[in-house]
Design a protein around this ligand. Structure first.
Ligand code: NAP
Length: 272
């Protein structure tokens, strides 16, 4: 009889663990000694990944099949998070993109993307935050995107969902300030994954090779950022001051907007 000893690191739940960045998180977190809960829709793929990881590392990997674009799937995973006794980390990674103008995007695809990229991330963050605040520790990693920082008219919906993830995650960091609960935002650039093939028929062939990162490098840099205590980790951003300048400019912009007076360039006449 084999006795399974739970990992001292606890369990990490990873959404979208059946491919790409999520799969790389599964391997790297297993290497760090976490037990795993792997979430996605493709059960067989998840089971194969779980078997492979258990064969390589002394950890337990469970599979949780859920469609996170549906209310039922989101609720099932949120309930699992709330009920799990040893959960110490969640990685909100599952996400889809569609590189199409809004008028060329099917209504069902719009709903699916908003449910997965926004609602699931929000509801699962809420479930994990409640649990981690209660237990006094835990880590939430939300995967945003460099594409969430600016407008890209060819990818209108995806970039907007990732802008949401950016602000949500930055706001949650305020909620846990001064506690041992960690919330990290990861904003990758272009990363080689199946996601590109699903989002655009040309896949990554439409992107210059030199700007594409491997999933392993992306996750290694992100976990290094986590170890260093970073709030926002941009794996491929060489000059971190660019991000600091962006956030400082955003903060100045907001502060300058709340002053009760129409700007002089609008020449709004004053009532006598
Ligand atoms: N690749 C990039 O260049 C890049 C850049 C910046 C940010 N990101 C972000 O990184 C994250 C991972 O992307 P990736 O490139 O690694 O994509 P990927 O290879 O396509 O992986 C997406 C994962 O999400 C799962 N998923 C998709 N729809 C789902 C649903 N309805 N319910 C549950 N799981 C679902 C997929 O599994 P199933 O199909 O088995 O459900 C898969 O495991 C995404 O949030 C993406 O926006 C990617």
């Amino acid at each position: 009889m084999t006795i399974s000893i739970p990992s001292k690191h606890g369990t990490a739940l990873i959404t979208g663990a059946s491919s790409g960045i999520g799969r790389a998180y599964a391997e790297r977190l297993a290497k760090r000694g976490y037990d795993l809960v792997l979430v996605a829709r493709r059960e067989q793929v998840l089971k194969e990944i779980a078997r492979g990881i258990e064969a390589e590392y002394p950890i337990k990997a469970k599979v949780l099949v859920a469609d996170l674009s549906t209310s039922a799937g989101i609720s099932a995973v949120a309930e699992h998070i709330s009920a799990s006794e040893r959960l110490s980390m969640i990685v909100n990674n599952a996400g889809v993109s569609a590189l199409t103008p809004l008028t060329d995007t099917r209504d069902e695809a719009i709903t699916e993307m908003i449910n997965l990229n926004i609602t699931a991330v929000t509801v699962l963050s809420k479930a994990a935050l409640g649990k981690f605040k209660h237990q006094g520790s835990g880590t939430i990693i939300n995967i945003g995107s460099g594409a969430g920082f600016s407008s890209f008219p060819d990818i209108p919906l995806y970039t907007a969902t990732k802008a949401f993830v950016y602000l949500l995650t930055r706001n949650l960091q305020g909620e846990v300030a001064g506690t041992d609960v960690r919330v990290q935002l990861v904003v990758p650039g272009a990363v080689k994954s199946e996601g590109w093939d699903r989002a655009v028929s040309a896949g990554l062939t439409s992107v210059p090779k030199e700007v594409i990162m491997s999933t392993e490098d992306c996750v290694d840099a992100s976990l290094s950022g986590l170890d260093q205590g970073e709030m926002v980790t941009a794996p491929s951003l060489e000059d971190a001051s660019v991000l600091q300048d962006y956030e400082a400019a955003a903060s100045r912009l907001v502060q300058s907007m709340f002053n009760g007076m129409p700007a002089t360039r609008y020449s709004v006449a004053k009532l006598p």
